[in-house]
Design a protein around this ligand. Sequence first.
Ligand code: NAD
Ligand code: IPM
Ligand code: MN
Length: 350
Amino acid sequence: MTKRIVALAGDGIGPEIMASGLDILAAAQELTKEIFEVVEHPFGGAAIDLTGKPLPETTLAACEEADAILLGAIGGPKWEKGPETPERGLLDLRKSLNLFANIRPVSVSEALRHLSPLKPEIIEGTDLVIVRELTSGIYFGEPRELGLEEAFDTNRYRKPEIVRIVKKAFEIAQSRDKRVTSVDKANVLATSKLWRATAEEVAKDYPDCTLEHQYVDSAAMKLIQAPASFDVIVTENLFGDILSDEASVLPGSLGVLPSASHSSGGPSLYEPIHGSAPDIAGKGIANPISMILSVALMLRQSFQENAAAQAIETACDTVLKKGIMTGDLGGTASTADFTQAVLSEMKGAN
Ligand code: NAD
Ligand code: IPM
Ligand code: MN
């Protein structure tokens, strides 16, 4: 059967790593039952330049009808001042598709362990998933206002929004080490007090799993001090954003972490956790692993193509073990060199 993939390359290094991701998807096609038809649409700053809007109606309509969406990255200094911003387009896309569950897995492969700034004995055994609430909290709460002398945002959570994301975390934990850490700031914030009480309630339906609570400040410290102590972390939108960039220090670069965003029933979206990296855009040196692994996540989570997903992940790891890597990890390979090496590895393994 044919599956429709919408590709949103976006800005900065977005198009560079999307090209890698799509090459890998084409190669993976040999291993899959499905046929993947990819259609590209303008999004982010590129779409502002073309149409005046970061999320044109035609792009949103294509996403709504897709079987899955791949996104590179958006944003950059050119569009920072608005009035339309690429970031607004991304938030609107997430909200429109109800992509409330953002899954950010963090593990450190053997090939990367010695590249982490942390000691090997601290990194050893790190394998965690951050489950980030993505369509509510302070990113979306109203009222919000930006004045010259005063500005404010509203952090708001409704109980059903907390219930569904915490359930998601427990479901993921059930297929892993069955330990959920809920991260909040319940010593201060009302939203966090509701979050914590709700997490306790939801936990009763998952007696095979454990639930512990951590305050976000202390969790930020433990993530670096004892990363292997975590299994599944569930947290609100803003805390999840910050903790996941922090977690990228564990494998040694922001350029290696993929993510999946799910709704209840609609198409899922797969994207790196990082941004458009304007400082290295256009140089052909971006690390494409975050995008390549996002393709693997898509194959596994949207299409149950586990063998193809595994083949991509294994090929990536083998290439890293050979010492082929981009500059962010201390190597000299270009984006294209690394991608070619993964493609050769996939062909060789077939
Ligand atoms: P960033 O994630 O783009 O970059 C942070 C640092 O990490 C930079 O030094 C960059 O070179 C490096 N980096 C990121 N990805 C890399 C890769 N694949 N390979 C090698 N190095 C990589 O964050 P920023 O600089 O704070 O933000 C730049 C723009 O991206 C902003 O406009 C921001 O709003 C946007 N942004 C978009 C997304 C997204 O599209 N989902 C996510 C985060 C930030
Ligand atoms: C991310 C990004 C976005 C976020 C920005 C660009 C809106 O940082 O995907 O992590 O904060 O969610
Ligand atoms: Mn972020």
